[in-house]
Design a binder for this molecule. Sequence first.
Ligand SMILES: Cc1cc2nc3c(=O)[nH]c(=O)nc-3n(C[C@H](O)[C@H](O)[C@H](O)COP(=O)(O)OP(=O)(O)OC[C@H]3O[C@@H](n4cnc5c(N)ncnc54)[C@H](O)[C@@H]3O)c2cc1C
Length: 406
Amino acid sequence: MEELTADVALVGLGAAGGSLLRALVRDGRARAGRRPLRVVAVEAPSASARRSASRSWCTWGPPGWRYEGDVAARWSRVRVVDGRGGVVEEALDPLEYRLVRSGDFEAAVAACAAGAEGVELRRAEVLEVADGVAGASVRARADDGGELLVRARWALDSRPPALPVPGRGRTVLLQHFRGWRVRTAEPVFDAGAATLMDFRVPQPARGTAFGYVLPTSAREALVEYTEFSRQPLTRARYEEALRAYLRGALGVGEFEVLEAESGVIPMTDVPFEPRAGRSVFRIGAAGGAVRPSTGYAFSAVQRQVDAVVAALAVGEVPVPPVPHRRRHLLMDAVVLRALDSGTVRGSELFPELFRRNGAARVLRFLDGRSTVRDEVRVMASAPRARMLRTVGGLALSAPARRRPAR
Ligand SMILES: Cc1cc2nc3c(=O)[nH]c(=O)nc-3n(C[C@H](O)[C@H](O)[C@H](O)COP(=O)(O)OP(=O)(O)OC[C@H]3O[C@@H](n4cnc5c(N)ncnc54)[C@H](O)[C@@H]3O)c2cc1C
C-alpha cells in the first residue's frame, strides 16, 4: 500500500473539492509555517461508478468572476414563462447568468494542480475516511487495484451525500431532471436569454414541472425537463417529456441530440452537518451547500471554500460553515412544505414571484444576498395565507451559521 502525508486531504474534486484546490493554490496565505500547505486530492477514476457524470453549473453575478476563464456561455437576460405562455423577461444588467461545464472546470483544476508546489492529485476511489485525534486517514483504491493511504491533518470530504430521510416536520423533495444538448435544423432559440422556468409542460399530480433552456446559438441549446417532486422518473418518461416540450412549447421540428445530462438533487430542510469529526469535515452538497428551495449550490460552495481557506491561513480549524442564512433556510422550509403538500402550486408561485419582484431581486434572494427589505417584498408577493398554513407542522430548527470551533 502506498502512503502519503498531507496537511489537507481533499476527497472528491467536483465543484467543492476543485474550487478548494484552486483557492488553496491561488491563495498563498494558506501555508504551514514557511512552506505551502501540502495537499493531496483524491478523485474517483473515470471508470468508477462513484464518479459524478458531467454537469452544467450556472450561477449569476457581475462579470469578471473568479472562474471567468471557464465560462462556456453567458446571458444578459433571463426569462420565466407561466403555464399560459405569459413571459416575464428581464435584462440582468449589471449581472449575468453564466454557465460553467464541469468538464472544463475539472480540466482547469487538473492544470492548476499540475503546476503547484506541494499539491498532488490522485485518481482512486475513496473507500473510507476515518477521523482521529491528530488527523484523518483516507483509504482509496486505484483502477489497477493498488491501495492508497493518505494521512492528513484535515480531510475535506465532498463525496455526494446519501438522500436524507425526512424526519417529523421535515420535507425532502427531489429536484430531478434530464436534459439534452440539442442542435435543431431551424433557428429557434434566442441566444441572448436563458429560460429559468417554463411551465408550459403538464404538471404532475403532486409536485412541480418545468422546462429549462440554455441556448448557446439560434440552433443549439441545453434543454431540460425538471420536476420538484418525491420520486425520479424513468429515463423513458424524462425523454418523452423532453420531446413533448421541444416539439410543443418550443416549436422545434427536426433536431439531433448532442449530449445528455441528468441529476437528482435533494431539496430539503433536513439539516446537514459539515463537521463529521475532529479532523474530517464535509463540504459542498454533503456539507449543506445546496439551497433547499432551488437546488443551486455553486455560489454557496464558494462561500464555504473562502471560509476554509481563511481558517487555514490563520491556523484555525477549517470547518466549512453552513453557507445559508438561518432566516433563508426557514423561508425555504416553508416553501418546500407548501410545494410538497400541494398547498401552493409551483407553476403559479414562481412566475408570480418573478412578475412581482423582477428577476434581479429574486436572484439576489435565491443567492443569499438579499436585504431584509428584499425579503419582505418577496414574501409579500407569495400567497402568504396558503404558505403560512403549512408552518404549523414544521420542525423549526434550521442549523445556524456556525463559526468554526477550535
Ligand atoms: C447535473 C447537475 C446540474 C447542476 N446544476 C447546477 C447549477 O446550474 N447551479 C448550481 O448552483 N448548482 C447546480 N447543481 C447542484 C450542485 O452545484 C452540484 O451538485 C455540485 O456539483 C455540488 O458540488 P460538490 O462538490 O458537492 O459535488 P460534486 O461536484 O458532485 O463533487 C463530488 C466529487 O466527488 C467524486 N467522488 C464521489 N465519490 C467518490 C469516491 N468514493 N472517491 C473519490 N471521489 C469520489 C465525484 O466524482 C465528484 O467529482 C447541479 C447538480 C447536478 C447533479
